[in-house]
Design a protein around this ligand. Structure first.
Ligand SMILES: [Zn+2]
Ligand SMILES: [Zn+2]
Length: 384
């Protein structure tokens, strides 16, 4: 036999106060008390039904579960949601209630109207912006309560009615096979527990509309991809009277053409001529922020393996922007392709000194240059 709705059993509405519930229970308990009705089996059943309804509705947590998920919800809660004994009811409540958006529909809640949902979004910044910090103006869209109907969804002057499908609980159960069933938002009312026979025109009965706002954001220096920026109070609107949710932005740093990030350090490749690599000496390079710094190329620098560290020109620390990582400069030695007649002459001379006739050296050109300057063959006046 299907269980009757507890409110129906006590003959009260879903919005009844604790006092009204207790009063109704006392009246019925007296009426159906077995002592008053000796030998009447049907009345005994009713007495137990009334007692059971009251046991649930007088307990705020169980009442909340029942309001949301009905008899099945209570059964699941009692069995620990299928996970055995010892489950805290309020934990379960948090879990199952977390699946639902919005609230209202005449349902009473112990903790006041429901706070709005958070908005999750991605915020793209350039690597330079991530290094220096940046002010950004962004436009967000959020769900707001319809101003025409104050979020009820009912045409102004009319009242929403309890959803018949879920009896106002907002939930219905989907069988998962066997003994288990899972609550999901009622398809009759979208989880609101109420329907509007005469819907508000502005929001088509949804009670919600889309709103936009523009926000000025300060992105702090040092942010990296996946860093979250939380902007409290700029999420979706909650139930009427409840605070808005938060805007949760996840940073995504765009790739830079020159600089690559590795934690707090920046890495870049820097081209040097083979002559500079061989002889060593100062070269000037521009950092991510455009600052010119002079670095000293060591004599005999090797392509892709000689790495120079420029301290303090990496990314700032998010917690303490004064602390900065380093810039690691990977030297890339460039082999010339277009030679002036003078350059060609010099290179031919170099090749001759090395003892291997151009143009088909077995070793790479630079390898020989290295041999040359490391003192294996050529006279020292080749060194500058
Ligand atoms: Zn409306
Ligand atoms: Zn419903």
């Amino acid at each position: 036999m299907a269980k009757r709705d507890y409110y129906e059993v006590l003959g009260v509405t879903r919005t009844a106060t604790d006092v009204e519930i207790t009063k109704a229970y006392r009246g019925l308990a007296k009426k159906y008390h077995p002592d008053q009705n000796p030998g009447d089996e049907e009345v005994v059943v009713k007495y137990h039904e009334v007692s059971e309804a009251y046991e649930v509705l007088k307990d705020p947590t169980r009442k909340q579960i029942y309001d949301r998920y009905g008899h099945e919800g209570l059964a699941q809660a009692a069995s620990g949601g299928g996970g055995g004994a010892g489950v805290d009811l309020s934990d379960l409540l948090g879990q199952v209630f977390g699946d639902f958006l919005g609230g209202g529909g005449g349902r009473r809640r112990a903790r006041g109207p429901r706070r709005g949902e958070d908005i999750e979004d991605v915020l793209d910044v350039d690597l330079l912006e991530a290094a220096t910090g940046v002010k950004k103006t962004i436009s967000i869209r959020y769900e707001a309560n319809c101003k025409e109907c104050s979020g009820s969804g009912a045409k102004p002057g009319t009242q929403p009615a309890q959803c018949k499908r879920c009896k106002g609980s907002g939930a219905e159960y989907v069988s998962a096979g066997g003994l288990f069933s899972f609550p999901q938002a009622c398809r009759g009312c979208g989880g609101r527990g109420a329907v509007n026979p005469d819907p508000c025109k502005a929001c088509r009965g949804a009670g919600r509309t889309e709103a936009r706002e523009s926000l000025d954001l300060n992105v702090p220096p040092g942010v990296d991809t996946r860093v979250r920026l939380s902007v409290p109070g700029h999420g979706h609107e909650g139930a009427p009277g409840a605070p808005r949710g938060n805007l949760e932005l996840v940073i995504r740093v765009r790739e830079h053409k020159v600089f690559e990030r590795d934690g707090h350090n920046l890495i870049c490749q820097f081209p040097v001529s083979f002559a500079r690599a061989a002889l060593g000496g100062p070269v000037e390079l521009a950092t991510l922020t455009g600052q010119k710094v002079t670095i000293e190329v060591p004599r005999g620098a090797q392509t892709h393996t000689t790495v120079l560290r420029v301290a303090g020109h990496g990314m700032p620390d998010l917690d303490d922007p004064r602390r900065k990582g380093d810039l690691l400069v990977i030297l890339v030695v460039e082999t010339p392709t277009a030679l002036s007649p003078e350059q060609e002459q010099l290179l031919r001379r170099l090749a001759e000194l090395d003892g291997t006739p151009p143009p088909t050296p077995r070793k790479g050109f630079f390898g020989k240059l290295k041999d040359l300057i490391s003192g294996d063959g050529p006279p020292t006046e080749q060194r500058k």
